[in-house]
Design a protein around this ligand. Structure first.
Ligand code: ATP
Length: 606
């Protein structure tokens, strides 16, 4: 590969701190590999170089790329995630000081169960799954950003107390979670002189890839280890910082000059990846963020197809569009990129019915275990066997009928072919209540006779499960629209099924498909924006570009910094494309009229 002058300049940096600000497709990873060799050629002992990558996969990828570029070099080199590195410090401390640490994820308690228990203790209420996710991400945020949980602005009642009990519980039992690795390693380095000296002398040159997504606590570890020589080389693109919820903050990069007075700043502004159309459009787009380094992004690539803004009637048309386009040329690579995992469901269902294989990059699909899905399936199950009191007990209070706990206790001691008929024998029932139950009996009979697709609407409307969703949205702080999305996707999957067993089988199959390893040979990738970073494809489709999805509802309710992060997410998605970029807006999204994403409106003016 012929390196440009910009690139050569960068890799020739040897001593002292440096920040390389690079645009998408500028060859950041490539530069780190060449610079590693350059250090070695200039006399640095390879075992003294530590390269920190964002993920395990990128550490392996970098190792492979190094081997491919320099096949004859066979001395050991260290490419590691910060967590793996911190874990080594902790292990060494445990070995020398006889203090044992266990990862909470490997312990019998388990992080989720523990936090559920603590939430109950503190708030005398069960925590919902959504709230549990918020708690976990907020704990992580405060630890990584080294901010005080007291200042947290989240909607969790008594969050700070939950945080403190959780931390205290772990500390007393020698348990650590993923985020503790960095904090604990930092504590050990500060307090234990022997270990500090040992690790400080282990490495002399530090390189950080994806610096924009490195959290403040992670930077502190490196800062601690590399002083006083500060042989620190950071490669970053502040415009691609998309992990603020884990404590990454591009402002830290913007202020790096204050931390290292002799910081050398290098720019890599040539995009080798994309057509001029994509580079120019994405450049104009990201310039609307205020908190960023200004760059002059350019490319020597030629103009080709313009960036396509595609407006379609609904999600089905969106899936069909992608299906047809991805059949164009089997030698091309395609990526379908979305903001949330849930957006993939309909597409997976659509492509799979047409025997199209794909690589799906995330498997964090909560859909299959979500309470809305479970409730609806349980209600259908009960309609097929109305003697099943156990299933009935899971949802009786979520549908119309005013059935209470004491009625359920009665039913548990009185069996019958139809639990609702048994309920009619409950002593002293007022006549209006008997009418309610009689109406429910008739509703369940009707439900059992409907097609599987129509059952779902019947449950939502006639059995008033939708009212329950509205109530829980109010009570527990869910977003009602998001809850409705679950029923929408279930209906979408159910529309080609004739039986309940068929639907259950289909769900199992889709769940399996979305969990399979990502090594299939398919040329079509499906991914969230967070998981696609660093990768490139000939054609890219960014789907579901509606207000509330991208930008997300949450970012619209908060201050401008979250909206800037949504813009960066959009930018990361756009800049994965080499040749063709399709930005798609379905007018009806998940069965509801939608508004076009403000980002698309903005782009259509360029
Ligand atoms: N000097 C060069 N000449 C030709 N191609 C290059 C050069 N440097 C890098 N490339 C190519 O440019 C593409 C982008 O490189 P790379 O993936 O390393 O970029 P990146 O800066 O890490 O991108 P991003 O931040 O968007 O993930 C790759 O296909 C790489 O091979």
């Amino acid at each position: 590969m012929n390196l440009t002058n910009e690139q050569l300049n960068t890799i020739n940096h040897i001593n002292g701190p440096a920040l390389v600000l690079a645009v998408p497709g500028a060859g950041k990873t490539t530069m780190l590999i060449y610079r590693t060799m350059n250090l070695i050629k200039s006399g640095v002992d390879p075992s003294k170089i530590l390269t920190i990558t964002f993920s395990k996969a990128s550490a392996l990828d970098m190792q492979k790329r190094f081997k491919a570029l320099f096949p004859t070099f066979n001395r050991p080199l260290k490419f590691s995630t910060i967590h793996a590195f911190c874990y080594q410090i902790i292990l060494e401390y445990s070995r020398l000081r006889g203090k044992k640490y266990t990862l909470i994820e490997d312990s019998s308690t388990g992080k989720y169960e523990l936090l559920k228990r603590i939430y109950y203790e503190v708030n005398s209420k069960n925590v919902t799954e959504e709230k549990l996710e918020i708690i976990i991400s907020q704990i992580s945020y405060h630890k990584n950003s080294l901010t005080n949980p007291k200042d947290s602005k989240n909607e969790i009642p008594n969050f700070c107390e939950i945080f403190n009990i959780y931390e205290d519980y772990k500390e007393k039992r020698g348990l650590i979670d993923f985020d503790d690795m960095v904090i604990l390693a930092l504590k050990i380095l500060k307090a234990d002189q022997y270990i500090r000296t040992k690790f400080k002398s282990k490495f002399e040159y530090f390189q950080i890839d994806e610096g924009q997504d490195t959290s403040i606590s992670q930077f502190q570890i490196v800062d601690y280890l590399c002083s006083p020589n500060n042989n620190l080389f950071i490669v970053a693109d502040d415009d691609q910082s998309i992990y603020s919820f884990r404590g990454a903050d591009p402002a830290y990069l913007l202020n790096l000059k204050k931390v290292y007075k002799d910081l050398k700043l290098y720019y890599l502004q040539n995009n080798f990846r994309s057509t001029k159309n994509i580079v120019n459009t994405s450049n104009l787009f990201i310039s609307n963020n205020t908190s960023r380094f200004k760059k002059n992004i350019s490319t020597t690539n030629s103009y080709k197809e313009p960036v396509n803004i595609i407006i379609l009637e609904n999600n089905d048309e969106e899936y069909e569009f992608i299906y047809k386009k991805t059949q164009d040329d089997p030698s091309k690579t395609y990526a379908v990129i979305y903001r949330n995992n849930l957006c993939a469901l309909g597409l997976v269902e659509y492509l799979e019915r047409r025997n199209i294989t794909f690589n799906i990059k995330d498997n964090n699909m909560k859909f299959f275990n979500h309470f809305v899905l479970k409730d609806i399936l349980n209600i259908i199950k009960f309609s097929e066997d109305t003697s099943d009191i156990n299933t009935f007990s899971t949802f009786y209070y979520k549908i119309k009928g005013y059935i209470s706990k004491k009625h359920i206790s009665y039913l548990k001691t009185h069996s019958g072919k139809n639990v609702l008929r048994v309920l009619l024998t409950y002593p002293g029932l007022p006549s209006y209540y008997k009418d309610n139950i009689a109406s429910l009996i008739s509703n369940f009979k009707t439900l059992s006779q409907l097609s599987i697709y129509k059952k779902i609407d019947y449950i939502l409307d006639t059995l008033e499960y939708d009212e329950y969703l509205k109530d829980s949205a109010n009570k527990f702080g869910f977003n009602y629209k998001s809850l409705r999305e679950y029923s929408h996707y279930l209906k979408y999957i159910a529309k080609d099924e004739n039986t309940f067993e068929g639907l259950l089988g289909r769900l199992k199959h889709l769940e399996f498909l979305m969990k399979v390893p990502k090594n299939s040979q398919s040329n079509i990738a499906l991914s969230t924006i967070h998981s696609i970073k660093g990768l490139e494809f000939d054609s890219v489709f960014v789907i579901d570009l509606v207000e509330g999805v991208l930008p997300s509802n949450k970012s619209l309710e908060n201050d401008n910094s979250l909206l800037e992060e949504e813009r960066r997410l959009f930018y990361v998605a756009m800049t994965r494309a080499k040749e063709d970029l399709y930005l798609i807006y379905p007018k009806v999204h998940n069965g509801e009229n939608s508004e076009m994403s403000r980002f698309l409106i903005e782009l259509s003016k360029y």
